[in-house]
Design a protein around this ligand. Sequence first.
Ligand code: G6P
Length: 612
Amino acid sequence: MCGIIGYVGARPAEEILLAGLRKLEYRGYDSAGLSVLADGTIRAVRAVGNLDHLEAALAQEDALVPPATIGIAHTRWATHGAVSEQNAHPLCDAEGRIHVVVNGIVENYVGLRDRLTAAGATFSSQTDAEVIAQLIASEYDGDLAATVQHALGQLDGFFAFVAMALDEPDVLVGARRECPLVIGRGTDESFVASAVPAFLAHTRSTQLIENGEIVVLRAGEVEIRDANGAPVERELLEITWDADTAEKGGYETFMLKEIHDQADALAETINDRTVRRDGVDLAEECFDESLLEGIERVVFVACGTAYHAGLMGRYAIEEWAELPVEVDVASEYRYRNPLVGPRDLVVGISQSGETADTLGAMRVARERGARVVALTNVMGSQATRECDGVLYTRAGLEIGVAATKTFVAQLAVVYLLALRLAELRGTLSAERRAELVAALRRLPQNVEELLDGLDEQVDQISQWCWQANFFLYIGRHAGVPIALEGALKLKEISYISTDAYAAGEMKHGPIAMLDEHTPVVAVATTSPVLTKVVNNIQEVAARGAKVIAMTTAGDHTVDAHVKATVPVPASDPMLEPLLAVIPLQLLAYKIAMRRGLNPDQPRNLAKTVTVE
Ligand code: G6P
């Protein structure tokens, strides 16, 4: 997740780019930078930290005279390479002739970098983005558009970028594959950016860029070309949103936007770790896979939603890698006498990487000699500094207090870890691993399919249950963490009392709570114990409770016993629960909205809990 913007026109570019970056800062603020071009000179300024740091850095250097009227800019949310000025964008070739800003990941950047290095290129950053700049520079012959087009064909992954060349001072070229990039059309000026708010102050007239297309921008002139270089006609869209809605990508709240961002979060987290057909690769600069060798147990410590991801880790690791797993809430673990040592891999899961109790639990484990890994969404967070290795989720900045896209990304990482351990320990055949890798790689598409029409479907359900004052959530096996998470979402943002139970425990207490007014949410996706879940649903229905079941598409086992079903696309039984959490997030959301509450800012809660 990063924000990019390009401008070419008649007005001073720097101010327009900076103001645009301000509107994109929600996409990341590890570092920022811009390159502007005037009179045969490129002024490139980059700074670690948020935009205030970039503005301070700009103020220290002489501006170009006359001021540049073309340039590109970036605000970074680090994925490849540490948070440093060297890795900040724009990145350029060694001679500084081609500058680029990039959002996304180039999956084959190592191979390309080796090839370019063998041909004499020297690299100054650890980023995949620099590979794009160097690749374009190595093939550049005075036609930036044609060179970008050719370079695009050599890049694997999902990204969007904008390039500028010293030798062509009137043109910017953008390219898009999966990551967002939109055009802004002004009179005598043109914009290209990750999102509309970046240029909304200047124009409401936009054009979309489709996957695989490039766009050639000049002042007031825009040409879109398809993958073969043929010109494409694209209609103009007039943006009618107000500025506030625009920042939320057209959604009414950040939470809803983030629910809809989940396919991207999964793609970013999974894709470049599953390039091999029958295995997962977790090795990165911040993670040495030798940490996984010879371990005898995995321990997950976490708080809140992250704890639920740890619970899922237990099911996946025990089943696939046949390793014992312990899971504990960090605030308990740190004050127990945890029996832990060098053969234990302790994984602290924390979206923010700053939760006091999770850090406390990681410290206790480290003092006792365990190998400690941080599983987090935030580069440079405290957790990443107090561990032996980091596994990142790449969900992008999450603004809604209730975690949504970071949770599914955490689930993805625990699945990846389980699969890697299974391979290292020889517990799954290559064929089974290949099946699971394929299923993981399909998840983003599964999420897209699921989200199509889901808003209305869940809204209809919320219509009859939003006034209930108690909800029970049940599931078994990998459905249990999802039942717990669904219940947590509802209580967090709707302030409705909820309970979540392993369905088999129902007869030991919670069933006493049920009457015809109680909605019961059941996770009833494919599982080795689905028939048992069905029995539990029948028991609940017999007490008059109204069941809302998350099922697997095509399976109608529970239909006769429930008031509503929400089918999720078929996947592996271990992965379907990840899909099932999405309707549960939306259900909580719809109920909160019907109750007139603001889901982005629930009462009494904070996004990051830095005190115990
Ligand atoms: C708070 C947030 C939750 C989050 C939990 C753990 O309670 O509201 O959404 O799950 O902290 O936060 P972490 O950053 O460690 O994942």
